[in-house]
Ligand binder design. Structure first.
Ligand code: CU
Length: 137
């Protein structure tokens, strides 16, 4: 089953290339998604009252995260994290230093709502430092 799907994907990619629409191009066109892990120990997305990121299942995304330190931080200089616990193995465990960093990640293949949380003891408000990622098919 797995092999069969991969074979199908390969053929689809091949057909895409032949048709002149390389799949990588569509991915590169999406601008980076801005997130702030702020000094008041809240996640923020510019222009949103409640921060939510919406992704398509399996797409490649770039996150540009700006972190500002709260009242506490780790000895190694990590001030917050951007972590989806069930997706840690897939790289969704970003350790944030002060400043702006960019990360390239693959959206989960299972649609649904995922909770992002900060795993660094960042001081007051840390326990509520959460946001959502919504993945659609
Ligand atoms: Cu925290």
């Amino acid at each position: 089953m797995e092999r069969c799907q991969q074979g199908g994907l390969f053929i689809a990619l091949l057909l895409g290339a032949v048709a002149g629409t390389p799949p990588a191009r569509a991915q590169a066109e999406r601008p980076a998604i801005e997130v702030i892990a702020d000094g008041d120990n809240r996640f923020k997305v510019p222009g949103q009252k409640t921060p939510v990121i919406r992704l398509k299942a399996g797409e490649t995304v770039r996150l540009r995260i700006t972190a500002r330190k709260g009242g506490e931080w780790n000895k190694d200089g990590t001030v917050h994290s951007f972590t989806i616990v069930e997706l840690k193995e897939q790289g969704w465990d970003l350790l944030l230093k002060e400043g702006t960093q960019e990360f390239t990640l693959k959206a989960p293949t299972d649609p649904g709502e995922y909770k992002v949380k900060c795993t660094v003891m960042c001081g007051r408000g840390h326990d509520q430092m959460q946001m959502k990622v919504i993945v659609t098919p």
